[in-house]
Write a new protein. Sequence first.
Length: 313
Amino acid sequence: MTECRIADPFEHLVMLSPHDTANVINATPIGICITNAEGIFEMVNPAYCHFYGYEKEELIGEHFTLVVPKAHRAKLSQLHDTFIAGEEAQELRQEWEVRCKNGEKRTIIAEAARVHGDDGAPRKVTFVVDITSRKRLEQQLKQANERLDHLAHHDELTGIFNRRAGLIRLEEELNRCQRYDTKLSVVMYDLDSFKHINDTYGHGIGDDVLQEMTQLIANGIRSTDILVRLGGEEFLIIMPEVDIASAYQAADRLRREAAATPMTTHALTVTLSAGVASYMKSSTTRLLDRVDKAMYRAKQSGRNNVMIAEDVS
């Protein structure tokens, strides 16, 4: 190449001799390529070849989109043409996914400058920095944060809302009822004789029972209902826009389905006892107490039963 002036961040390379410029480009650990106005590789430095896994001879004369996934080729070609035809000396630094010779997809930061040689034709000098490892770490950190956030609001064993998050959702639904005078019912249920299952078959089988029962209940309620593990074998279903009669029918249907479904590899028959209560303006703060007492009466009546809470003002 003839003498050229490359824009920042390579300001110190101003007016170097062709020989010195070539030495600097070949020695730099940053991948550098030069493409002509048609996007054809005219020069690639060793770092560029090493990153993509190609020999120099495999790239020179080829279109630069050879190292770009097919889905991005049209867009990058258009950006290249627009930059070559434009007036800006530097192209905005951007992050891209690229493809190496072995098919591996990697992530780069690319920054480019437009230069002119003795022939007066514009060329594009592109500087490539590999950020694949950084992107992987960012993704791992994101996944870890999402996992922590999930654990903060969900029960680790069953995957449904934990007590704290569930009670927050209940308070939100109660506030909505107060504001818009809508219906709300809750079902509290408890697995019958669960201690006997743990004592007889071990806590591992007990955990399996909790998971399978949770899945059965989750499949049997509406997508708008909210399933909560209050603790141990005690659960809560929050049912927005549902009156007491419909909530009772749903709870009794779930009770019958649970009793008829063998649980775990031991084909255990597991029943549940449930209480049902609806929102009452005069007893908002006592809703959980009312439904808990109804569930307790269901257990006292012989288990495998559903009881409606008493209307207490």
